[in-house]
Ligand binder design. Structure first.
Ligand SMILES: [Zn+2]
Length: 340
C-alpha cells in the first residue's frame, strides 16, 4: 500500500479535517460529504486520517474485521470459532475502501464464491466491499453519480449497521459499520434528498486562493513525493500528538455532557431554518460533543455548537423560493440570530 500523506501536514482544508476528526471520534455522527473542485485533495485527507488512526484490533483471520472485544457483534464465522476455543486477535490498519461508480451489487454486498461452488460444490460466501470497510471508511468519489439501486443498498446498510445477503441459497449477515465519505460536484448532478440527509456533515473543499497557502502546499507535496520517508519522519511528532488527541477524545466522549441549553439552541437553530425531521439537531449535538471531547472540554458550549452547525446543517436546507441566498449564508444568518 502506498504511504499516505501525513494528516497534520495538510495545508488548509479546515472544514474537511474537522469533519473527519469528528467522525473519527464518534462514528454515530454519520458520514461526511465533501463538495468541491476536482484535485483539491479530498481523498488525500481521508487516506491520511485512516493512516493516522491507531491500528484496530480484529479477530485474526476474520474476513469481516470483527472486534474481539465485542462478541455480541460477531459474524457467524467468529461465533462458530469462539465456541471451539479462544480467538486470536491481530492489529490492522483502519481500512479505507473505495467504492467505484461502476461497482456491481455483488461486488458491494458480496456474493456466492463461484469458483468454490464450481470446483468443490460448496456454497461459500465471497465478502464484498462493505465487509472490507467495516470499522473503517467507505469512500465514494462522485457520489452524486452513483446508481440509485446502489444508493438504496448503502442507505439500508448504513442505517442498520449490518449487511444481509439472502440469495443464491446463501443466507449471510455480517456487521458493516463504516464512515461513509462521499465527494461530489453539485454542478454534475444533484444528490437525492434521502442520501443527503444520511450524511452527518457536509464540507466545502476549495483550492486555497491565497498565495502563501498555495506555495506551502506545492512545497510539501513536492517534498513528500521526492523523499517520502524523510517527509513522513519529519511529521511523526505532529502525527503522534494528533493520534493521542483522537484516542483521548474517544475515551472522554461518554463523559462529555450536553447541557439542556445547548440542545435547546441546536433545536431553535433547526426550527429557524426549517430543516426536515430531527436529524439536524441530533447531528449538531453529537458533533459538538465529539468536538468538545477533542478539545478536552467537559461540556458542550456555544463555541462548539457554532463550529459544527454549518457542517451539520448546510446540506439539509430546502430551497427557499423567496430567499436565493446560498445555504451557507442562511445558516450563518440563523447562527447570529440564535447566538447573537
Ligand atoms: Zn468475524
Amino acid at each position: 500500500m502506498a504511504t499516505a500523506f501525513p494528516f497534520s501536514a495538510i495545508v488548509g482544508q479546515d472544514e474537511m479535517k474537522l469533519a473527519l476528526l469528528i467522525a473519527a471520534v464518534d462514528q454515530k455522527v454519520g458520514g461526511v460529504l465533501a463538495f468541491g473542485d476536482r484535485g483539491s485533495g479530498k481523498s488525500t485527507a481521508v487516506r491520511a486520517l485512516a493512516a493516522l488512526l491507531p491500528k484496530m484490533k480484529v479477530v485474526a483471520g476474520c474476513r469481516y474485521n470483527c472486534d474481539p472485544d465485542r462478541p455480541a457483534e460477531f459474524c457467524d464465522d467468529c461465533l462458530a470459532r469462539a465456541g471451539k476455543g479462544a480467538l486470536k486477535s491481530a492489529a490492522v490498519a483502519v481500512p479505507v475502501v473505495d467504492l467505484p461508480l461502476g461497482a456491481t451489487e455483488d461486488r458491494v454486498l458480496g456474493a456466492l464464491d463461484l469458483e468454490r461452488a464450481l470446483a468443490r460444490g460448496e456454497k461459500a460466501f465471497e465478502p464484498g466491499l462493505l465487509a472490507r470497510a467495516h470499522r473503517g471508511f467507505l469512500y465514494i468519489d462522485e457520489v452524486n453519480l452513483l446508481e440509485d439501486h446502489l444508493v438504496d443498498l448503502l442507505l439500508d446498510v448504513a442505517a442498520s449497521g449490518e449487511n444481509v445477503v439472502e440469495r443464491e441459497g446463501l443466507s449471510i449477515r455480517h456487521p458493516a459499520r463504516f464512515v461513509l465519505v462521499g465527494t461530489g460536484n453539485p454542478e454534475e448532478g444533484e444528490l437525492r434528498p434521502q442520501l443527503l440527509d444520511r450524511f452527518g456533515l457536509s464540507v466545502d473543499v476549495k483550492t486555497p486562493n491565497d498565495l502563501p497557502s498555495r506555495i506551502e502546499i506545492v512545497r510539501r507535496r513536492d517534498e513528500f513525493e521526492s523523499d517520502t520517508a524523510a517527509f513522513v519522519a519529519k511529521w511523526t511528532r505532529e502525527e503522534a500528538k494528533l493520534r493521542k488527541k483522537i484516542t483521548s477524545a474517544r475515551e472522554r466522549l461518554p463523559v462529555v455532557t450536553v447541557p439542556n441549553a445547548a440542545v435547546e439552541r441546536a433545536a431553535t437553530l433547526c426550527m429557524k431554518l426549517g430543516t426536515d425531521g430531527l436529524r439536524g439537531e441530533l447531528t449538531i449535538m453529537r458533533a459538538a460533543r465529539a468536538l468538545a471531547a477533542l478539545e478536552g472540554a467537559k461540556a458542550v458550549t456555544d463555541a462548539q455548537l457554532r463550529a459544527v452547525a454549518p457542517l451539520a446543517l448546510r446540506h439539509r436546507l430546502r430551497r427557499n423560493p423567496l430567499d436565493d441566498a446560498g445555504s451557507g449564508v442562511r445558516v450563518e444568518r440563523a447562527l447570529s440570530e440564535v447566538f447573537g
